[in-house]
Design a protein around this ligand. Structure first.
Ligand SMILES: *Cc1c(COP(=O)(O)O)cnc(C)c1O
Length: 391
């Protein structure tokens, strides 16, 4: 079969290497966060578990069931569900559930009783983000209710979780405040006779910098309640360091396509919608079959480049839904030539970090946006990112 015109190559070996790095860094206490289809990288639960992750975290129950479908034999946590979610299906599939309120806890307990199983829950405290999690003021009530449901045999509190708001700024005093809130929440849980086996607060940034949670030392907040301290790592597994403090992580995606056609134009020719770009000299334009419909952010227009035929060349004009136009200068580029939009950066191609800068956003948004029209190709060895030839 002819290979797809556009492909998103997922470098599984890079994800494994990053996972192994965090497994070492956390003394093995690693929960791999694979939400949003593994940050756009596809199904990777088996890879990260083989590389050292001891559990997997996702948002919805549907995502958790998909991870279970990969047949991994580790705890899988789902932390974001409406009160009427199908908790029974989660419990039957052995999915741990994070619980931010008495209402959700009651619904989980009811569902567990209905299916004749005990639900494994992680109580989620809001340490200072005002987003998800139980407000500290309601926390003692939530703990007391959890204890009641434990007594009735409906739930077992296996974890306590929180999430830091400012961990990408390690010196922000908010990190210290939020850690203190988390410590206090763990002590409260203890006083309500709950015995969570794990406590988790730090994600990638806090784990790399130590912000807030004493990352990596094992003497973090978990020690307060005698719980094992676990790190929930998402971005880092995919080579993204939100704290910008390390260069040991390996990017795990290469996005490439092939030139559909070329044309020569005279100086003064307007290109694309609205003629946002006008050729200042006679030049050659190459057409690429990728656009914002494939997740390439329009905000990057006017700055973005591709690696094409051995050189970085500018994307010119407005991004279309399905097409981009590249100015190749005077160079003749044959149709079929591979163009690399981004990759690990070792062959001169732009990186996800470059795209994030061009689009004034964060790398997370770049990697989670690549659409389903682009074929995902999992590779275990890093391939050259620009053959410079016709594929
Ligand atoms: C996404 C997410 C994580 C992972 O954060 P990273 O910075 O990607 O490591 C951890 N916990 C929660 C609650 C999340 O939503």
């Amino acid at each position: 079969m002819r290979s797809p015109v556009s492909e998103l190559v997922v470098h599984d070996d890079a994800v494994r290497a990053n996972t192994a790095f965090f497994a070492r860094r956390t003394g093995g206490r690693l929960m791999a966060v694979l939400k949003a289809d593994g940050f756009g990288h596809g199904a990777l639960a088996r890879s990260v578990v083989e590389a050292g992750a001891r559990s997997v975290g996702v948002t919805s129950i549907a995502e958790a069931l998909a991870v279970r479908g990969e047949d991994v034999d580790v705890p899988v946590l789902s932390w974001l569900n409406p009160v009427d979610a199908d908790f029974g299906a989660a419990v039957l599939a052995d999915v741990d559930l994070a619980v931010p309120s008495s209402a959700v806890l009651s619904a989980v307990a009811r569902a567990a009783r209905a299916v004749g199983r005990r639900a494994r829950v992680h109580l989620h405290v809001d340490v200072g983000m005002a987003r998800d999690g139980c407000p500290s003021t309601d926390w003692p009530t939530l703990c007391a209710l959890a204890r009641e449901f434990e007594g009735a045999g409906d739930v077992r509190v296996v974890g306590v979780m929180g999430h830091l708001s400012c961990a990408d700024r390690p010196d922000d005093p908010q990190n210290v405040r939020e850690r203190l809130v988390f410590d206090a929440a763990l002590r409260t849980a203890r006083r309500r006779v709950l015995t969570p086996a794990v406590a988790h607060l730090a994600a990638t940034a806090a784990t790399l910098t130590g912000a807030g949670a004493g990352a990596g030392a094992g003497a973090g907040a978990g020690a307060v309640a005698g719980a094992g301290y676990v790190h929930r790592i998402g971005a880092g597994l995919f080579g993204i360091d939100p704290s910008g403090t390390t260069d040991v992580l390996r990017p795990a995606l290469t996005l490439r396509t092939r030139v559909v056609s070329t044309r020569t134009v005279r100086a003064g020719t307007g290109v694309g919608y609205g003629h946002d770009f006008t050729a200042t000299h006679d030049t050659t334009l190459a057409l690429l079959p990728l656009g914002y419909g494939d997740g390439l952010l329009r905000a990057a227009a006017g700055r973005a480049e591709v690696l094409l035929d051995g050189r970085r060349r500018p994307i010119v004009g407005r991004f279309s839904m399905d097409m981009l136009v590249v100015d190749t200068g005077g160079d003749e580029v044959r149709p079929g030539t591979v163009a690399t939009l981004f990759g690990p950066g070792r062959h001169g191609e732009p990186t996800v970090a470059d795209w994030a800068r061009w689009a004034s956003t964060i790398p997370h948004e770049i990697v989670t946006h690549i659409g389903s029209r682009v074929a995902r190709v999992h590779r275990t060895t890093v391939v050259g990112t620009d053959t410079g030839g016709t594929a």
